[in-house]
Design a protein around this ligand. Structure first.
Ligand code: FAD
Ligand code: MLT
Ligand code: ZN
Length: 489
C-alpha cells in the first residue's frame, strides 16, 4: 500500500503545480475505474504532468520513494492495465496533448502521449495524409496508451498494428531518465531499438511522452461490403480471395448473429440482411472503384453479389422480406455493397457500435484470442460449448478482426470475480496454439495466465528486462507479470 505523506505531495506539487495533484476522493474517482467498469482500484493521488520534464520529475520522486505508479491515457484499455490498486500513484498523460507540424514530405508527425487517436486522424488528414490505425475508441484512446498496448483495430490487415506506425518515441524510465528518439533519420540501426521495446510493454518498462508516427497514403475510392455467412469458413475464404484479387484489402471484420442483434437494437436500424449466424464486413480501396475486383471473391457468399452503385442487397435470409434495410430497398441477396460515403458509414455503424452495445447490457468478461485461421471455426463452436457448460445464464458474443484470426469473445451474465469461463477459454486458446492476448495485451486481467502464452525462458528474459529498466518494480505492478505467490493482490 502506497502511503503518500505531505512531503511527497509537496514534491509533486512543486513539479506539476497544485491544480494537477488530485488527492481528493471525488477528484480521483474517474481515474479509478476503466471503460469496462470491471476494473476499479484506489489511487493515493493522481498526478498530471504537462511535459516530458515534469513526467521525469514525477517518476524520479516515485522511484526514490519506491511508490508504485500506473500510467494512464484515455482509460479505454480493456484488460484493467491503467487502473491503480493499493493506493498507487496515477500518472495521467492527458496534458501531453501537443501535435507537432506534419512532415508532409516524409509523411510523419510527432504527437504527445495524451493526443487522442481522433486528433491524429484530423491532423494527418488536414495535411493530405492518413494514419494507419483506427479503432472505435478513437475519441478517447491516446497515442501513449495505443503505443503501450500495441493497439490493433480495423486496419491491421492493411497497415499493421501500432508498432508498424512507430518510428521513434520519447519516453521516461522508472528512475526519471529521459530517452528521446524523436529526431534523426527514420532508418537507424545503431543498436537496440528501445522505442520498439516500449511498444506493447503496457506501461511496465517506462512511460511514453511522445511518438514520432508514420503516416500513410489514403486510397481515395472505397467499397464496403457486408456479407451474411452461413459458416465462418465462407468468410475466411472470401478474405483470402480478396487478399489475392483486390487492389487493397483495407478491413476484414466479422460479427456473429447475437452480436448483430444487439447492435441493430441499439442503432434502431436493421442490417441489410438478417438471420445469418455470421456477418462479414470487408472494405477495399483503390484509385478507381475497387468493387468490380471484389465481385469474384464475394461470389463465394451464400448468394451472389448484385450489381449497381450504393448499397446493394437488403433482404432477409430465406426471402422473408424486410423494408428496413440499409437504404430501404429489398432483395434476397446475402451481400450488400456500398460505395458512397454515407452508405458505407451506415454499414460500418454495425461494426463500430459493437463494444458500446454489449456494454449497455452489462459488464462483460472480455477476451481477445488470436487463433490460426484453419482452427477458427471449430474454436468458436468449442467456446460456445464451454461457456454453456460452465454457466447456464451466460451469453456469448463473438466478433473481431477476421483478417488476423483475432476474435473477441465477450461473455455477459457472469459475476465480475468469476473467472472460470476466462480460464477455460484461455486454456482452449493455448491448446490450439493461439494467442491469449492477441490485441488488448495482458493487463491485470490476464497476468495470471502468462505462462499459457510464454515459455519459462521467455518469461525469465522478460523479467530480466523489467528488472534492468525498473529495478524497484514501481511501474504497473501486477500488469503482464502475475504477483509473486503470497504478495498482496
Ligand atoms: P489506457 O486504457 O489509459 O491504458 C492502457 C495501458 O497502457 C495501461 O496498461 C496503461 O498503464 C498503459 N499506458 C497508457 N498510457 C501510457 C503511456 N503514455 N506510457 C506508457 N504506458 C501507458 N484496442 C485495439 O487494439 N483494437 C481495437 O479495435 C479496439 N477497439 C476498442 C473499442 C472500444 C469502444 C474501446 C472502449 C476500446 C477499444 N480498444 C481497442 C482498446 C483500447 O482502446 C486500446 O487498448 C487503447 O490502445 C488504449 O488507449 P488508452 O489511451 O485508453 O490507454
Ligand atoms: C474491437 O475490436 O471492437 C475492440 O477490440 C473492442 C472490444 O474488444 O470490445
Ligand atoms: Zn479489436
Amino acid at each position: 500500500m502506497n502511503l503518500i505523506d505531505s512531503a511527497v505531495r509537496t514534491e509533486f506539487v512543486d513539479i506539476v503545480g497544485s491544480a494537477h495533484v488530485l488527492a481528493d476522493p471525488d477528484m480521483r474517482a474517474t481515474y479509478e475505474v476503466d471503460w469496462t467498469r470491471r476494473w476499479t482500484g484506489t489511487a493515493s493521488v493522481v498526478v498530471r504532468p504537462a511535459d516530458t520534464a515534469e513526467l521525469s520529475g514525477v517518476l524520479g520522486v516515485c522511484h526514490r520513494q519506491r511508490l508504485g505508479c500506473v500510467a494512464q491515457g484515455g482509460r479505454t484499455g480493456l484488460v484493467g492495465g491503467s487502473v491503480p490498486r493499493d493506493g498507487e500513484v496515477v500518472v495521467s498523460l492527458g496534458r501531453l496533448d501537443h501535435v507537432g507540424v506534419v512532415d508532409v514530405i516524409g509523411g510523419q508527425l510527432i504527437a504527445g502521449a495524451g493526443v487522442t487517436l481522433a486528433e491524429v486522424h484530423r491532423q494527418a488528414s488536414a495535411a493530405g495524409w492518413a494514419f494507419g490505425v483506427d479503432l472505435a475508441a478513437r475519441d478517447n484512446a491516446t497515442v501513449g496508451g495505443m503505443v503501450a498496448t500495441n493497439a490493433g483495430g480495423m486496419r491491421v490487415v492493411r497497415f499493421g498494428q501500432m508498432r508498424s506506425q512507430v518510428i521513434g518515441l520519447e519516453f521516461v524510465l522508472a528512475d526519471g531518465t529521459i530517452i528521446s528518439r524523436l529526431e534523426g533519420p527514420a532508418k537507424d540501426n545503431a543498436g537496440y531499438d528501445l522505442s520498439q521495446l516500449m511498444v506493447g510493454s503496457e506501461g511496465t518498462l517506462g512511460i511514453v511522452a511522445a511518438a514520432r508516427l508514420r503516416l500513410v497514403r489514403e486510397l481515395p475510392v472505397r467499397a464496403t461490403a457486408m456479407v451474411g455467412l452461413e459458416r465462418l469458413e465462407q468468410g475466411i475464404d472470401i478474405v483470402g480471395a480478396l487478399r489475392r484479387s483486390a487492389t487493397s484489402l483495407e478491413a476484414a471484420e466479422v460479427l456473429d448473429g447475437p452480436t448483430m442483434d444487439v447492435v441493430a437494437a441499439r442503432l434502431g436500424s436493421r442490417p441489410p440482411m438478417e438471420g445469418y449466424p455470421w456477418y462479414l464486413i470487408v472494405e477495399c480501396a483503390g484509385d478507381q472503384d475497387p468493387s468490380p475486383h471484389m465481385a469474384d471473391a464475394l461470389a463465394d457468399a451464400p448468394s451472389n453479389v448484385s450489381e449497381g452503385s450504393g448499397p446493394r442487397g437488403s433482404g432477409s435470409k430465406g426471402g422473408t422480406g424486410t423494408d428496413g434495410g440499409i437504404d430501404g430497398s429489398r432483395s434476397d441477396s446475402a451481400v450488400a455493397v456500398a460505395t458512397d460515403p454515407a452508405a458505407r458509414r451506415r454499414l460500418w455503424a454495425f461494426r463500430d457500435q459493437i463494444t458500446e452495445s454489449i456494454a449497455q447490457l452489462g459488464v462483460a468478461h472480455k477476451l481477445d484470442p488470436g487463433v490460426p485461421l484453419d482452427q477458427l471455426p471449430a474454436f468458436t463452436e468449442e467456446v460456445r460449448h464451454k461457456v454453456a457448460e460452465l454457466s447456464a445464464s451466460a451469453s456469448v458474443h463473438i466478433f473481431g478482426h477476421l483478417g488476423e484470426g483475432n476474435l473477441h469473445v465477450n461473455v455477459l451474465g457472469l459475476r465480475d470475480d468469476d473467472d472460470r469461463v476466462d480460464a477455460a477459454v484461455l486454456e482452449l486458446v493455448a491448446r490450439v496454439g493461439g494467442s491469449i492476448g492477441s490485441e488488448h495485451g495482458m493487463g491485470k486481467a490476464k497476468a495470471r495466465w502468462l505462462s499459457l502464452a510464454r515459455s519459462q525462458g521467455e518469461i525469465a528474459a522478460m523479467q530480466s528486462i523489467k528488472q534492468a529498466l525498473d529495478p524497484r518494480g514501481i511501474l504497473n505492478r501486477g500488469v503482464i507479470f502475475p504477483d509473486p505467490p503470497g504478495s498482496e493482490s
